[in-house]
Design a protein around this ligand. Structure first.
Ligand code: ADP
Ligand code: ASP
Ligand code: MG
Length: 411
């Protein structure tokens, strides 16, 4: 059989007929290169477009009137289903042999963690069956079904993961993620004007950047492609540029021994609350009590700092009230700082290089940004700041590491 290419188109790419004409062109190019194509689609557009995921959620007053996560998945899965049929219909009008499948029909079996289901298995028999009569199979992203037949969705931004998982299941030649920016960039281009597209990056660098908030690709998608050893490309729907190649080794692709970049990019995440719980005396067990209570209530904690008389940590703003209620019931008086942001400098090349953290602190201080907390690993340095400072902070770090300049121009 011919090689299979997976092409995923995000919400803005399939938003209007005009945008879908660009989509059509990419699919036609792949067919001309003698591929069979699995096209994965997101829901059409962004809120207030009527069939965008957030618009569907508004129909049931989510999150105010949220009651059944199982039913929410029935609702949310409709956006991608609609998109798959709209695109398949337009492909047929263009004389392309196309067929649409829901996630369940394409073989996605998931856990029953509604709204955040985990893909357990993909059985692509029906996709192969469809390829006997068709050249393009359009699969609705972001969804699957449990082994009992309940419809599930796999977490926001999950259509990228659909693309990677189906690519792995059919052993695709490549997985292409088409979006509204020109590839993976050194920072969110909506935040940093000088941000520059990266040409070749490793799976590890990008899953790190994605976990820290670079929403251009879902981190789970990168991990699945990495395990299956399938190269990915992230590129713009609207221009011909090749965008960013994600692969195992930059050296192998470039053919030269270019070391890892010190810093690959700057990512940011907003809507975070810092919580401080202090006691006057050194109370045995405070730390474990607090974190046990958070875990039992399903509250995800981050940025944990522990001292003999207290703990400092962060939670998403959406979980602050719940966390505070629990802490008060336990007899603590937490201090909270809402509307914080986490800014991360990510790069495999910082391992063992002295002075990276001090450069970060210096540049933020010079820019007048107050650092509320910080942490580091061998590939990432994180700072917690006030959300109002996020643009200044991301730009300051982008500047201090000269990320606007391509590395070959730096040597
Ligand atoms: P899609 O609907 O195509 O999946 P998303 O909105 O999920 O698109 O992701 C694309 C967006 O990701 C861009 O518009 C950009 O604002 C944002 N983004 C955040 N960080 C980065 C980055 N490092 N590089 C490129 N885009 C980024
Ligand atoms: N439509 C879903 C969302 O908005 C999935 C996706 O776009 O990837 O999160
Ligand atoms: Mg996305």
């Amino acid at each position: 059989m011919q090689q299979i290419l997976v092409q995923k188109f995000g919400g803005t790419s399939v938003q209007s007929e005009e945008n879908r004409n660009y989509v059509m062109q990419h699919i036609k190019n792949a067919l001309m290169n003698d591929h069979k194509v699995i096209v994965v689609v997101s829901a059409l557009g962004r809120k207030p477009d009527p069939y965008a995921t957030d618009s569907l959620l508004d129909l049931v007053d989510f999150p105010k009137n949220y009651n059944s996560s199982r039913e929410l998945d029935i609702l949310m899965s409709c956006g991608e289903k609609i998109a798959s049929v709209v695109l398949s219909n337009e492909l047929k009008k263009n004389h392309i042999r196309a067929s649409a499948l829901t996630g369940a029909q394409a073989g996605f079996i998931t856990s029953d963690d509604f709204n955040e289901a985990k893909i357990k298995e993909v059985k692509p028999n029906r996709v192969f069956e469809a390829f006997k009569e068709h050249d393009v199979v359009v699969v609705a992203g972001f969804q699957g079904q449990t082994s009992d037949g309940d419809i599930t969705t796999i977490g926001r931004g999950g259509s990228d993961t659909t693309a990677a998982a189906i690519g792995a299941a059919v052993n695709a030649e490549r997985i292409e993620i088409f979006t509204d920016v020109n590839g993976i960039m050194t920072a969110d281009p909506n935040m940093v004007r000088a941000a520059r597209p990266l040409d070749i990056v490793t799976y590890t660098e990008i899953s790190n950047l994605a976990y820290q908030g670079a929403k251009v690709i879902h981190p789970r998608a990168v991990e699945i492609a990495m395990q299956a050893k399938i190269p990915m490309r992230v590129r713009s729907t609207y221009i011909e540029d090749e965008g960013t190649l994600i692969t195992a080794s930059r050296i192998q692709e470039l053919g030269t021994d270019i070391p890892d970049r010190l810093i690959t990019g700057i990512a940011h995440m907003t809507s975070i609350t810092q919580i401080s719980v202090q006691t006057k005396d050194e109370t045995d067990g405070l730390q474990s009590e607090v974190f046990k209570a958070m875990a039992e209530s399903g509250i995800s904690v981050d940025f944990i700092n522990i001292s003999p008389t207290g703990v400092l940590y962060t939670v998403p703003d959406s979980q602050t009230d719940k966390a505070v209620r629990i802490l008060k019931t336990m007899g603590f008086y937490p201090e909270i700082t809402r509307n914080c942001a986490k800014v991360s400098a990510v790069g495999a090349g910082m391992t063992g290089v002295p002075g990276v953290a001090s450069k970060i602190v210096q540049s933020l201080t010079d820019a007048g940004v107050q650092i509320l907390q910080s942490a580091d690993s061998h590939t990432t340095i994180w700072v917690l700041i006030h959300e109002d400072d996020v643009k200044v902070a991301v730009n300051a770090l982008h500047d201090v590491f000269a990320l606007n300049i391509a590395e070959e121009k730096l040597v």
